[in-house]
Structure formats: C-alpha cells, structure tokens
Design a protein around this ligand. Sequence first.
Ligand SMILES: C[S@@+](CC[C@H](N)C(=O)[O-])C[C@H]1O[C@@H](n2cnc3c(N)ncnc32)[C@H](O)[C@@H]1O
Length: 293
Amino acid sequence: MRSVISSVKKSRTAGTLLAVVIFLQAISASAGWPQESAPPRIDEEFTKQETIYRGRGADGTRGYITSRGLSDYVALLPSGFCNTLAKLGSADRWLDIGAGAGLAILDYYNLAKCARRGVKARAVAMSIEDRRSDAWKKQAASLDANRLRYLTGKRLRHYSPEELGKFQMITDVYGGFSYTEDLSQFVEKVLSLLEAKGVFYTMLQGVRLENGKDQPDTAYQTELLDPASGDVKVCSWLKKISCVKVGCESSSEWAPTERINIRKVCSDVSVPRLKLLEYQSGAPPGRRFQLAP
Ligand SMILES: C[S@@+](CC[C@H](N)C(=O)[O-])C[C@H]1O[C@@H](n2cnc3c(N)ncnc32)[C@H](O)[C@@H]1O
C-alpha cells in the first residue's frame, strides 16, 4: 500500500530517501523504543507545521480551513453528534478541540440547529493560534462569563485538569486528533477530561477503514503499525482502550475516513501507547505510529 508519506518522498532526492530508509530501518531494528529526542528530520517537519498553524494564506504562508460551521460538523462527525449536543443542559459543558475560529460553537449559540429552544450548554473553543473573529468577541461579551470561552496559545496537552475542568461532550474536527504527533497521549488527555458517560466525537481522514472497504492503492495519511510492523486500523487500536465504548462509521466517498465516537464508561482508562515514527507537515499532516510491544 502507498502512503502519503511515501508518495511525498518520491519527489525528494535519492540521497534524502536513502537517509530516511536507513533511519527507519535503524528504529525497527533496535530492541525496544529509542529514548533519544526526535531525529532532526522530524524536528524540521514540526517547524514547518508551526508555519501552517500561524499561516493566514494571504501573507504567502500556507493557510488552512478554520471556519467550518455547525452544519459541517454534523456532516463530518458521527451520526449521534447533533442529538447529543441537543440533549446538553445549560450546566453541561462542550469542549471543541482545534476549534479554529469557533464557528461551529457560534452557530450553536445563534441557530436552532442541534439545540433545544432557550437551552445552551457552556462551550469552550480551543485553538493553538488565536482565530477569534469580531463575531466571536461580540457573542462572548453578550453572555455571562464562562458560558463561551476561547482558549489559545498552547496545545491540549499543556493545560492542567484544573484549567479545563470536565466536559459532557468533546469534539474535534480536523483538530488535535488529526494534527498531534503524540496520538496516544492526546486520546488519554481527552478521555481524562470527559465526565463518566461523556462522549468524544471526532473523525480522521486517510486511514485504514474498520469496514475494510478501502480502495486499492489508497494514500493513507495516518498509519498505525503493530510491533511487528503489520498494519493496524485506527479503530482497532481505539477499541483496545479500557473503560470506553468505541463506535466507528467508515466512509470512502472522497477519502477513506472514520467518523469516531468514544464514550467513557468507567474511570480506569488505559490507552495503548503509540510511538511516532514519521511526521510529514501538512494540513493535515502525514503521520506514522507504531504500537509499543
Ligand atoms: C484545520 S483547523 C480546524 C478548525 C475547525 N475545527 C474547522 O474545522 O474549521 C485546525 C485547528 O486545530 C488546532 N490544533 C491542532 N493541534 C492542536 C492541539 N494539539 N491542541 C489544540 N488545538 C490544536 C489548530 O490550532 C486549529 O485551530
């Protein structure tokens, strides 16, 4: 199978390709996981990724989409998302990780979609870079403090439990789940922020599908390997987490995509560790991880 990472590599020089192959062989040949810091090539990709986060398109840097509204979220997230949102009470809390401009939350506050008349949950939008619009600022100013919050300046993993509190629902549409270089730590953090019976709705494009209906010669964007370097589906990995119920809706309309819901059913959550093998900056990035033995 061809991956996005490998197809990008094709356009590089033979020397670079050889160095990458040697590096990958070195990791897989070593007993256990290498403990040293990320190798320089991955560091370079992280630096390029930062310019994507900060890029606004107009200034010549590569921008990315940060303005999906609630209808887009309904289309991209699993089928239960809109109903769960509509059932949230006014004391409940919704966290949108990687919210961009926070348009989905703004729509929720302003439209009748996915909401009960007059009842709105408290909502927190999180984005590495500040994408707040004037509309967001106006809406937030018109509400009681803490009904609408926008957190920016750092990644999910850098927030303490006290800073964030707990949530009944967490969403992520092309946010940290698609961009993080530490997928297992990211999922562990998300689950630690969920109340019991709370649910995480997310999606991932360019992955091996749970229903096996992948097109031949698919270019995968996020790849998971087992310790013997065999392919692992993202949903199979998620289903190994303790204390959760995972639902996956596979779709292969334009790219192999999983719509994922993870419900927390007890507190003793344990997420099987993944080690980052490769990271190719992009929107979203190409990533390859391997399950720890
Ligand atoms: C492509 S935008 C998507 C924005 C929005 N969800 C939408 O669909 O329009 C990616 C967003 O994810 C955020 N992001 C990426 N990694 C993150 C992380 N580890 N923690 C928090 N936010 C993250 C970025 O800062 C940005 O706001």
